[in-house]
Each structure stands twice: as C-alpha cells, then as structure tokens.
Write a protein of this length. Sequence first.
Length: 305
Amino acid sequence: MDRPMRRIPSFPALRAFEAAARLGSFARASEELHLTPSAVSHQIRALERNLGRALFRRANRQATLTADGERLSAGLAQAFDAIEAACAELSPPPPSALAVHCTPSFAAKWLGPRLHDFVEAHPDIGIRLSSNADPIDLGRHAEIDILIAYGRPPRGPGLTVEALGLEEIAALCAPELARSLGPIEPATAQRFPRLDSSFSPVRWPDWFARNAFSAPAAASGPAFDRGSLVIAAAVQGLGVALESLRFAQDELRAGQLVRLGDGQLESLYRDLHFICYRERDRDLEKIRAFRRWLLEREQESRAGG
C-alpha cells in the first residue's frame, strides 16, 4: 500500500525557525547554522508564507514568538530531538577525551616524546595536554582529568595520589667541563659552577650533604625556573646541573652530558612526580588506561628503554 506524500515545508526553513526559536535570536541561529542573519530571516519568512501564519512578532529589531510560533516550536523541538537520537544510534561514539595537565619540563622532556605510543595504543581516547608551572588544585579544575604533579603530592578529599617511581637526581655537566674540573675533592667541591633550578625541591645543599662535602655559602652559576632550561644550560657548558635522570636521558645517551666525577659521586633519590585523579573517576577506562600506560613507560624508562 502506497503511503501518501508527506506535506512538510522546506526542511532548511524548519531548521532555521527551530534554531531561532530555541536560541531566542536570529543572529545566534545564523552562527549555529553557518548562515547570515538575513538568510535565516528569509527562510523563516518563507515558512510563514507557506503556513499562512506569523511565527514571530518583529519590532524594534527584536523578534518574539507568536502563539502559533510557540506551538510550532514545541512540536519541532520533539521532532528534532527524535531525529538527533535516531542518527546518534547509527553514529560511532565520539572519542573519550582525556585532559592531562603537567609541568612544562615534564611535558617537554618525558611525556611529550612518548605520547605517540599511548595515542597509537588507544585511538579511541583523545588526549588534551596542557602544562603550567603553577600548582593546580583538581578540586577547582573540573576540566582536568589527570594531574601529574611535581614536588609535593597534592592533598585533598576524594583525591587519589600515586608516586610515579623514585627518580635519581645526579650532578650532570658537559663532558668538556667535567674534564676541565678533574676529580671532585672535598677541598675543591665548592668551586665548580652550579646551575640552580628555583622550581626544584631538590637543592644543592642536599647533594653536598649526601657526598659529605661542606655546603657552599651561595650559588655560583645562573638560576632558571624549570628543569628543561637547566639541562639545556648544562649541555652548553654553563655549569653543573643537579637534575633528575628522567629528564636528562636523551642528553646522557647522546654524550652531551656526563655525571660529574665519572659517576663516583652519590646521587639523591626522591619521589618527585605524582599521578593525581579523582577517586570517583578511578574506574573510568580512560583513567585506568592512561595510569597503566604511565607506570609501564616509567618502568621501561628506569630500565633504560
């Protein structure tokens, strides 16, 4: 049995009217539909002529729905909701976005170079990476899913915090500087140029105490506000950096940096980076997948991978 032809006005006109009625503005409807305001107005006037009824009252550059417009708007809202739901059932689910925040040095020196592995292994999870040196309170930043904190582990109700493995902090410098300094003895230990990172919780006095040297009275070299800059300065021969081997892996492998004293001097070991996320999110697959990947990459990194 043949079905009768549907008597439906122009769909673009209905869509323009629905958007204008829902948003309360021809201009906002034009932005949503990527049309000019005059094109939206033209479509709605064509719909009014087709129906033989005024749908908007126009006065003083404003348009408000008439009683007929209110009725049509309510009916179209249900119809468009049904269309949207029907299409959504056939559409693939959108990627699950994961917002990760960390310090600039961690992003540049460790996470960034490895992130392609996670993207390839989890194409269904979109990554949004942001970085800033300022402390972040997850309780006040709902847009962040995982925080990789540096220095001190955050505290707060409903927050899960895990250390991302112990880090070895050693005195590192360019090979030429190491050769010129020669053996580091108690009598000469205070004389080598020391680079300082004002952002790091690990200070030179800690290293001197670890090696049973007398701590110097003051810094003897340039100071920087992040570890990546300290490492770059050490590569240029500006002084000795006291930095995590996690950040200096590439430079050590390339021979751009060596350990001061041919590795005979003691290192420090600290938990410096922490994985932080909300307790209520711990069973979300995107959280579990990224946490698992981070810990696996950290183990591989310590093993020299």
